[in-house]
Ligand binder design. Sequence first.
Ligand code: LLP
Length: 425
Amino acid sequence: MNHFHYKDDDLYCEDVPLARIAEEVGTPAYVYSHATLSRHLRVFQDALAGLDALVCFSVKASSNLALLRLLFSGGAGADIVSGGELHRVLAAGCDPQKIVFSGVGKTAPEMRRALEAGILAFNVESEGELDLLSRVARELGRRAPTSIRVNPDVDPETHPYIATGLRESKFGIPASEARALYQKAAALPGIDVVGLDCHIGSQLTNTAPFRDAIEKLVTLVRDLERDGIELEHLDIGGGLGIPYGRDEEAPPPTPGEYGEAIKRALGPLASKRIICEPGRVIAGNAGVLLSTVLYRKRAQSKEFVVVDAAMNDLLRPALYEAFHPVWPLRRRGGERIRADVVGPVCETGDFLAREREISPLETGDRMAVGAAGAYGFSMASNYNSRPKPAEILVKGPRYAVVRHRESLADLTRGEAIPDFLGDAD
Ligand code: LLP
C-alpha cells in the first residue's frame, strides 16, 4: 500500500496535489511519501516479529539524508557499501551499532573509517579483503567485527544484472570454501568473527530462493558450530520484490509471507539475532518522478511523448528494460494513446516507458513515473550535462525540498582549465 492516489482527477501524494509541487519546485523532481516510507518499514519490522531482528535499510536504494533520518527514527539500521554511504548514514544520525558494511571492493581508508565509527559488522567477500581488514584493524589497535558473505548458489529468478547468489557471480565466498575461511578468520588477530551473511539478488518475486539459501546457511552454521565457531548473528540480505504495476506480473510475496518463509527456513536458528537488508521493498513504492511533457511527436507509425525527465534521472528502464507505471497528474478524458515516453538524452535507450497505453498527454501536461523511490535518484547521473533533479518529501499536507535541484554551477564544480591550454580565442 502507498500514499499516491487520485482525488477526483488529480494525483496526490498524501494530502498534497502533485501538480502543486511540480508548479512550485519544477520538474523533473522526485517526490517521496513520509507515510509510505514509515509504513513500509513498520510492516517489514512487524513481519519479523518473534525474531530478534534488526532491519538495516539498504542505503543504495535511496540515500537522501531526510529519508534516512526518517527510517533511522523508526528503528532501522543501515546496510552500506561505501565510505560515501557511511558518511551519509552517520550524518543522518544512524547508530553505528546498527550499520553493516557490505560490498566486494572495500578500500583500506573505508575500513578505517568504519572501524573508527564502531560499526556492527563488516560483511567480508574475499580472503584478500579479510587479510586487509585484519591488518587495518590491528594498525588501529582494534578488532573488526566480521561476517563472511557466503554465496549459496541459488537461482533468485530475477534479472541477470541483479542476481548475486549464483555460483558465477562476483559476490561472496562459495559455500564449499566458507568453512576454511572461517577457520582462518577466527585465528586472525584483527578479526572478531560475529556472523554469517548472504544476499542472493534483488526484486525476488518468490519466497523459494530465500528459503533455499537460508537452508544452506543453516547447514553451514551447524558445521561451523562443530568447528567451534559460534556466530552471534545471521544476515540474510535484502531482495524482496515489489509490484511495479504491470498487468501480467505475478504479485511478489508480502512482507508477512516473506517473514513466515524466513522463520520456517531458519528453524532452530530462529533464536539467533537476524539482520535483514531490505531496500526496494521499503522505498520503491514510496517515491515517484515528476516530469513535464515537452512535445508530442510522431515518427512513421510510432508515437512519442517527449518529457523533461530522462535516463540520467531514472536509469532502470534503460538499463534493465524495467517497467514503471506512468500516471498523468491530471486525469482527463479522451482516447488513450499508445506511445513511447522518452527523455531528451541522445540515446535510443533513453526511454521511461515503451509501447505504453496511456491517457492522452499534451505539451505542458505533467506526469509521474511510479515506483521510482528505490534505485531512482540514487542511480541518477549528470549524463548529457543534465543537472540532477530536486527531491521532495511530503508529510500529510506539508512538503519540503530535501535536495535542491542542481544548478548549472553544480555541473562544472570541481573542473578546471589548466594554464597550458591558454585562452579560448
Ligand atoms: N544487500 C546487498 C548486499 C545488496 O547488494 C542489495 C542490493 C541489497 C541488500 C538490497 O536489495 P533490495 O532489497 O533493494 O532488493 N539497481 C538495481 C538493484 C540493484 C541491487 C543491488 N543490491 C535495480 O534498480 O533494480
